[in-house]
Design a protein. Structure first.
Length: 576
């Protein structure tokens, strides 16, 4: 009721307090005094008149009943509002680990004479970050978010506020021939005080020792206790380490992984391994590049990619049992090798090791979704976001999962955050079709239609319009537009989506489900079968497909998927 006047909960609380406190006082005054045309007099001084008394009692009863009714209504409304507004934030807060402190490791400055060692300074700061992430009581912001401030003129307190951390670690690296100097400072973000600083002069072959030495010294200043076993440290070949960091840089600098970048990184990693085969990180990253070369880019056969990628991840784990990237990729390769139950077991083992690794939580979100567990996926994505608040794809995942739950207000808030961070980090505007759908699902119908009018892409504007019309109960118009959608030329589909026809068939299934045409929805899913085998998670990211869940053909579809992946969906299904 107060929302109509854009008044907050404070007004609701004030109104209830005024009624609760003022009402008894008013009753006492009404009992002691008499209000008449002659003014206010004490009741005992006014002559009794039965007719006047009857009218006054009737009026008083109406006022009492009316006042009590208003109070009850306001209390009920307030209770509903509080249950809606408080329940979810409390649930999300309970998902976060109980950290005792927090830190962001910033990108170290390259102070080398030629200023050509940025990949080395970045790599050293990232490895220190990875070391600190092993402390279960320390919230460590991911590289993506902390390095987002690189080269920007921002203050310490601004970084602390935006990343919600108590400390930052900044530093510089200066390399000269086979030696280097690392200077570090630990700073309190509240007052800018320097808690600790030091300088380390070392040979390049001792890089692993000094990275961990710095990490331990920082942890000591923060009174932290180590939570996992130390890896047996060893010297690393300087050339192998350099090649590894170059491989990392070739991937980190990209908004999107390209064929050429993947090929270059893959070659650098292989050369690093040839020189020093006992250094774990190149093996783990080789598993990742192999996935893109074999599964996405088709440079090598899928079966060969599975063998190479799995062996690389297993080798990394053998060399370092706490290498999170290796465990991520073992689980992922098991899935693509059609070992669904093993993949889930590895995933859950991974999560037991990582109190604050954003990449592990990000992968877990993807994995749980394709396993038909969207509620578990929501838990892991809400754990990931505080660890990397400048990573737009995390908000996108959370948006999709909340949208699947049909929690549209929450989904919209996440989508808006995704837009904000994406614009800030990548400089790209939102997709108009998504924006229009988000507006519509949150009751902003005119904004939705205005946004759609700006969308000139025939595929995406038509797709969004059909969804909106179906949700507006304009089934006849949605059906006629869907006929146009099915008649789009293949060239237009490929140009607009950048995907194969399997993607188009899947989206057709979503649209058919939205208008209640279950037969054609299932037919379209069958046509999209190959797509489902590589993007199974899409089945639990589109709320429109819930219309299919009560149909026996849905269970048959899940059984068929279960046979493909050696996984029994019916044993784990949730969020349906």
């Amino acid at each position: 009721m107060l929302d109509a006047f854009e008044l907050g909960t404070g007004w609701m609380q004030t109104t209830i307090i005024v009624l609760s406190v003022g009402f008894p006082i008013w009753l006492i005054i009404a009992w002691v005094y008499d209000f008449s045309s002659e003014g206010i007099k004490k009741t005992e001084d006014v002559p009794f008149d039965p007719e006047v008394s009857r009218k006054k009692n009737l009026g008083l009863n109406r006022v009492i009943i009316g006042g009590l009714s208003i109070a009850v209504i306001l209390l009920v409304v307030n209770q509903v509002r509080m249950s809606q507004n408080v329940e979810e934030p409390l649930a999300e807060a309970s998902l976060l680990p109980d950290f005792t402190s927090s830190i962001a490791v910033m990108a170290f400055d390259d102070m080398s004479p030629e200023m050509d060692q940025e990949y080395l300074s970045d790599g050293i700061s990232e490895e220190i970050l990875n070391y600190l992430a092993k402390y279960k009581d320390l919230k460590v912001i991911s590289r993506t978010s902390s390095f987002a401030y690189k080269g920007k003129n921002v203050t310490i307190d601004q970084i602390g506020e935006e990343l919600e951390v108590a400390y930052i670690l900044e530093g510089s690296v200066r390399k000269a021939k086979d030696t280097y100097r690392i200077t570090v400072q630990l700073i309190n973000t509240t007052d800018g005080a320097h808690i600790w600083s030091d300088t380390f002069d070392r040979k390049i072959e001792d890089i692993l020792f000094v990275q961990d030495e710095i990490g331990k010294l920082v942890a000591e200043r923060l009174n932290l206790t180590f939570s996992t076993e130390d890896v047996l440290l060893r010297k690393v070949d300087p050339e192998a380490y350099d090649l590894y960091l170059q491989g990392v840089k070739s991937l980190r600098d990209l908004k999107v992984f390209t064929d050429s970048a993947i090929t270059i990184a893959d070659s650098l990693l292989r050369n690093s391994i040839k020189i020093d085969p006992d250094y774990a990180p190149p093996w783990a990253l080789l598993s990742a590049t192999t996935f893109h070369r074999g599964i996405y880019n088709n440079h090598i056969e899928k079966d060969e990619a599975i063998t190479i990628g799995m062996n690389a991840a297993l080798k990394a784990k053998e060399l370092d049992s706490n290498n999170i990237m290796a465990l991520n990729w073992i689980s992922n390769w098991q899935w693509h090798n059609r070992e669904g139950n093993k993949s889930l077991k590895t995933l859950e083992g991974l999560l037991s090791k990582v109190p604050n690794d954003v990449e592990a939580y990000h992968y877990a979100t993807h994995a749980y979704t394709r396993l038909g567990m969207p509620e578990k996926a929501l838990v892991t994505i809400y754990k990931a976001i505080p660890l990397s608040p400048m990573k737009p794809e995390l908000y996108r995942w959370a948006w999709k999962l909340e949208r699947y739950r049909e929690n549209y207000p929450k989904a919209s808030a996440l989508y808006n955050k995704h837009i904000e961070v994406r614009k800030q980090q990548i400089g790209e505007d939102p997709y108009l079709d998504e924006l229009a759908i988000d507006y519509f699902e949150n009751g902003q119908i005119e904004k939705a239609r205005e946004t759609l009018a700006k969308d000139t892409d025939p595929y995406w504007s038509l797709y969004a319009t059909i969804l909106i019309e179906s949700k507006s109960d304009n089934s006849e118009r949605a059906d006629s537009l869907l006929t146009l959608f099915t008649q789009l030329p293949e060239r237009q589909i490929l140009e607009s989506t950048g995907e194969d026809l399997g993607f188009y068939h899947f989206q057709s299934a979503v649209l058919y489900a939205s208008i209640g045409d279950l037969n054609r929805a299932f037919i379209s899913l069958e046509k999209a079968w190959d797509r489902l085998l590589t993007h199974t998670e899409d089945l639990w990211l589109n709320p429109e497909l819930k219309a299919l869940h009560s149909d026996p053909r849905w269970s048959e579809l899940l059984k068929k998927l279960g046979k493909e992946f050696n996984f029994n969906y019916n044993n784990y299904m949730e969020g349906q």
